[in-house]
Design a protein around this ligand. Sequence first.
Ligand code: ZN
Ligand code: ZN
Length: 717
Amino acid sequence: MNGALIRKPFKPHPRKLQYLLQIDYYITQLTKEKAQTHSLTSLQCGTLLQSFTNSKSYHKGKQLHAHMVSSGLLVKNTYLNTKLSAFYAICGSMSEARVIFDDIILKNSFLLNCMIRGYACNGFSLDSLALYRDMLWFGQKADNFTYPFVLKACGDLLDVKIGRKIHSEIVIRGFESDIYVGNSLLSVYSKFRDMEAARKLFDRMPIRDLTSWNTMISGYTKNGDPEEALSIFSLMARSGERADCATLVTILPACANMRALQLGRQMHGFVIRNNCGLDISVTNSLIYVYCNCNSMVYARSLFEMFERDTVSFNSMILGYARNGDAFESLRLFNQILLEGIEPDQVTLMAVLGACDQITALQFGMSVHALLTRKGFAIYTIVGTGLINMYAKCGNLGCSCQVFEEMPEINLISWSAMIAGYGLHGKGREAIAVFNQMEAKNIRPDEVTFTSVLSACSHAGLVDEGCDIFYKIAKEYNMEHIVEHYSCMVDLLGRAGHLDQAYKLITTMEVKPTLDIWASLLFACRVHHNVKLAEIAALNAFDLNPKAVVPYISLSNIYAVEKRWDDVERVRATVRSKGLKKQPGCSYVELEKVVHCFLVGDKSHPQSESIYSKLEDLCWQLKEAGYTPDTSSVLYDVNEEVKEKMLWDHSERLAIAFALINTAPGTVIMITKNLRICCDCHTVTKLISKHMGREIIMRDAHRFHHFKNGICSCGDYW
Ligand code: ZN
Ligand code: ZN
């Protein structure tokens, strides 16, 4: 106890020091046995209580309380009882405060204010309002110490009606121009999501302080209006008010939400000039801005330079995952564990999102274990994330298990499960889940319908898909969104109803997208309809002249029909426009390490054995009657070179690598960033048969389960 009050970060004024020492003396007196006889006077106790109230020293105050009880000081002493009740209220011990409060007959406005404040600040908003009502009932007048806390209680309860009533009382009693009351009003209206009212108040405030500006900025940011937040900030700069750390922490998320990199950098400059960078919340906000603006280099340099915590790691892990570098996200996750910083739910969910991008199933499983250990796995949002991760990483069984074990299932979880089945071509199961959901009276939204329609299209369930498509408008009175049409075109096209698909495109209520024409093009390839393919391709070229995929599709369609002149014409256009195919890239996970292969990649340490394995495979497959389909090679080279180019495709490198490094019979799991080409599809089917391996491949469109020479997609993808 000795010196506890003096050991403050500041150096007290000599007179204040004397005062503090005096308090310490009293405390020493109290703790001694003889304190029983050496009683303090009522005034001394009052002064002491006040100082304990100011410093919120709960335990010291309680000791003093005991002393006052034993020495009988409290009997019929309204002055001390008031101080004591106020002390407990300010310390947040409301039940103790209330017992003393109820015994006081003459309650003054100081005591009532303290109680209202205590209730409002400790989560007892209703009690706070009830006491305020009693206060008026007792004939006491509320003042500028009452209103801020009554308003806080209204804001926490989100009770707009009472909030407005109190506001009108404030206006009548002339407290609106008081800065504390005014700031509380700004805060309460921003909690009510009524920024218009807040702004009107703000504009007519006679004086504004830093809190007023900060409240407005954070109000706009939290209510999804970052533009206004920034405009208030620039007004603030012009008014000459200087921003502090709290301002930065509120304005930086607005920059992040608007992806205003330039402004974020200006703020960064401000932070450096004003030395606010030492505050971890400011640094974290800056990291968040850079990550949201996809400026990972700046984010990283800040991250490396300053102290970091879970929040900084979360921003970085999410940032890398969003910017397509899931590998770095996983590396950072390892780092957070190494540095001994506790990952929270946000961290683990971000890592799950990174895992499903690169199909890091084993890594995802260890994150699942961690989520369970930390007790997060019971939350619906976490369960949904797990369903997604397992489905995207190729393990649908685990998705189902998580789904079944979830204590509470919401719309997003149902949609995730339906999408999971769809991704794996299990249309009937997806529809069954959808029906279960309807039976539980859960109203599906657009996303759910997209998932179930897409599941129908992946499984070729035409009638079921059409039924659901009409149900959206008729039963649910919802409008079709472009994704619904996209699934329907895919579904009809796949089943060979090309004219119907085309008719749907020409009559749909929304503008067709590139995706929709591309779906029709794919269907035309499968069903050999060159005329419609040309129409689809022209529309696709119109929508995005730089997209190379429609050109490749059209050229493939001509190649199948052996119209070599047309093939050459399309290829010449591609060359003259300088269009390039996005490089193919495949991933395969081995003992929690994900290996990445590009087309013709020779950088892998095992490169030599991978290529010799591929050569072996090529001979074996040829002996079994395989003839390469070189139509997907866009270059004008001879057949032999074309064939060689096919064997450079990234998925084959990944498969060869997996064949070398895993025991016979192990299931191989590959992820590809683009759609798998025709020849790779054939080759993978053959490998699955000749090597006796099940190969699961996720391409940009869906999952392919290759087993015994057959693919689950039925050769349509
Ligand atoms: Zn290929
Ligand atoms: Zn397939």
